[in-house]
Design a protein around this ligand. Structure first.
Ligand SMILES: Cc1ncc(COP(=O)(O)O)c(C=O)c1O
Length: 412
């Protein structure tokens, strides 16, 4: 993959781009929110639509020359409807965070109440962390996962909701490896007269293929990112019933954003079309099978897998029981040396800090896109344990990682 025009114009950026291609090719990406999009998605995202202003929506723009922009955005909307079955879809949010912002802006007044999962238990900044706009504009209380089981406790959530009386309950998470019971959260939300926002940023692909139950038709609003498990162009998406369509569209534009990133929307359209192919269902099954294989192997080799396993694309490991002296950050750094990229993560009952947490999060979307099967995923888990157990193993593991990368080429 070469960037000839960039090289001619700007060698410094070309160097960085080519080095990044090399980094992705010669390393294994286990960050659960990442993936490798197709060349078609890459091409669409870098298309001339980056030049186009198209404030408004298909057929109702504030600028001329939007004929092709309309085609592309409508294709993205139609394909999203087919993938997730929602009545109304807005594909303009610039990111998953902007999608959540759009819903809050549409439905809440400053000072209204949000009940969401604690960041250290798997929630997201945009669910109301004090460092995020949502934590500053709204009154936020967090619920937790059960410290022993690592799972959501819907009875406790119901009690907390009854006391706090939120206006919005957010479900859907960044680091929760288990199936979410959308109906249980919806019942709780209805009991306290709150809206239910299901943020499926991480599991868009799993929900689209039916590998995880869908909140569409259950929750009031469904938000997400489009570049994670669904493997489409980078950005966000909001889904809802017709009842809320106008409020959501107005909140996204002009409420919170200006012109849509049409090149990214083109990438969304292309990625959604790919996800509608039968092969995508097989891919997602493999993503989950790989995560399960890795969880089982990590567990067999003595690591504490939060909740005892996974139903999704991610595995959360609490390093404290097996490696009390090792932080998640240290483990991630050692693994990076070996060519394995993942992130340090907080774990339920976190005793360190968000900056230097006790766990690591492992995701299988990107390696599965590269063609990893369960046997290779299992081997990768053993390599991870080798590095965590003994930093001296880094060199030999790095050699094996290079072989695995060569056997599973990327962007050839
Ligand atoms: C649950 C959840 N919501 C929202 C987001 C934000 O997505 P983005 O990075 O696209 O803003 C993330 C990001 O990982 C996430 O995990």
């Amino acid at each position: 993959m070469e960037y000839e025009a960039v090289r001619a114009a700007d060698p410094a950026v070309a160097d960085a781009l080519e080095a990044e291609v090399d980094r992705q090719r010669t390393g294994l990406q286990l960050i659960a929110s990442e993936n490798h999009v197709s060349r078609a998605v890459l091409e669409a995202q870098s298309s001339v639509l980056t030049n186009k202003y198209a404030e408004g929506y298909p057929g109702k723009r504030y600028y001329g020359g939007c004929k092709y922009a309309d085609i592309v955005e409508q294709l993205a909307i139609d394909r999203a409807k087919e993938l997730w079955g929602a009545e109304h879809v807005n594909v303009q949010p610039h990111s998953g965070t902007q999608a959540n912002q759009g819903v809050y802006y549409a439905m809440l007044e400053p000072g209204d109440r949000i009940l969401s999962l604690d960041l250290t238990h798997g929630g997201h900044l945009s669910h109301g962390h004090p460092a995020n706009f949502a934590g500053q504009l709204y009154e936020v209380e967090h619920y937790s996962v059960d410290a022993d089981t690592g799972r959501l406790d819907y009875d406790t959530l119901a009690t907390q909701a009854a006391t706090f009386e939120p206006d919005v309950i957010v479900s859907g998470y960044s680091a929760y490896p288990r199936v979410v019971d959308w109906n249980a959260v919806q019942d709780i939300a209805e009991d306290v007269d709150a809206y239910h926002v299901a943020d499926i940023a991480h599991i868009t692909g799993l929900v689209a293929t039916g590998a995880h139950p869908s909140p569409v038709g259950v929750a009031d609003f469904i938000t997400g990112s489009t570049h994670k498990t669904i493997r489409a162009g980078r950005g966000g998406i909001i889904m809802c019933n017709e009842e809320h369509a106008d409020a959501i569209d107005r909140a996204v534009f002009p409420g919170g954003q200006g012109g849509p990133l049409l090149h990214n929307i083109a990438g969304k359209a292309v990625g959604f079309a790919e996800a509608l192919e039968p092969a995508f269902e097989t891919h997602i099954e493999q993503v989950i099978a790989n995560a399960r294989a890795m969880a089982a192997e990590l567990d067999a080799r003595g690591l504490e897998v939060v909740s005892g396993g996974t139903d999704t694309h991610l595995v959360l490991v609490d390093l404290r029981p097996s490696h009390p002296e090792l932080t998640g950050g240290e483990a991630a750094e050692a693994l990076e040396e070996a060519g394995i990229t993942l992130n340090a993560n907080t774990v339920p009952g976190e005793s360190r800090s968000a900056l230097d947490p006790s766990g690591i999060r492992i995701g299988t979307p990107a390696i599965t896109t590269r063609g990893f099967d369960t046997a290779t995923a299992k081997e990768l888990a053993t390599l991870i344990v080798e590095v965590i157990d003994d930093p001296l193993a880094t060199e030999s593991v790095a050699e094996r990682v290079q072989e695995l990368c060569a056997d599973h080429p990327l962007y050839e």
